[in-house]
Design a protein around this ligand. Sequence first.
Ligand code: G
Ligand code: G
Ligand code: MN
Ligand code: NA
Length: 249
Amino acid sequence: HRIESGLAQAIGRGELAMVFQPILARDGLDVAGFEALLRWDTEEWGTISPATFIPVAEETALIHALGDWVLERSLAAVADWPGQYVSVNFSPRQFRRPNFVGYVVERCQRAGVAPSRLQIEITETAIFDDVDHAADTLYRLRQMGFRIALDDFGTGYSSLYNIRKFPLDVLKIDRSFVDAMVREPAAAAAVQAVVHLAGALGLDVVAEGVETPAQVDLLRATGVSHLQGFHFGYPLTRDDASKCAIARS
Ligand code: G
Ligand code: G
Ligand code: MN
Ligand code: NA
């Protein structure tokens, strides 16, 4: 597989970069944190989306080296953003590695970053394949002080009621709901239901993929706690994210 061999060399060749997208509190004025997103620029194929190469890395053991690079860069970046967190995507295979908790703790210690400044984003796939193991890992992460976000919520196979079994801090509502809200009352009702459930469980809700003022108005009416999307900010380089963190904090 050509992507696979290119990816194996990408770190050494300096082809990878991290960008950081602001996550705003509902008033749209405070930056609560930034989501770290990986970018790969190749000479041969141009820019390749993580949607394409993460699954390839996930099939091989490459995800561990790649994910380690992502975590190191993300923890280095959050040191510039006092009072804010960095939200890092972990693939199911990373989350299920032996002693994931010890691994993340060690990386934070090495970077001198308190666990409360790292939000761990996982998907429903990572937790519903092995519910007991996942719940145990999440409890231990929580005990260490990490924030835990369930990404792409609403697109996977978790039921609304099932998620109460997991110690989470944040539900990230998938952008397909946000996109549909303005056209379909049922999508708005689904978001409202998630916000009510989150309230009952004491969780924050981040609406993803917010692109228009009309979406902002609808989302504010539901009571979501946080907003993320191109309307508020594109993914930024570390330097630009640092300026944004200082200006908006
Ligand atoms: O940033 P973009 O919209 O291109 O991301 C596409 C997909 O790749 C999203 O599902 C996102 O969660 C995932 N992704 C982006 N960066 C990372 C990363 O560093 N690690 C993992 N595991 N997934 C990532
Ligand atoms: O799966 P995950 O939620 O981690 O995906 C994050 C991806 O969503 C990133 O690749 C990011 O570039 C993309 N993204 C962030 N904000 C927006 C937005 O407002 N609109 C669209 N279409 N994509 C967005
Ligand atoms: Mn994410
Ligand atoms: Na998402």
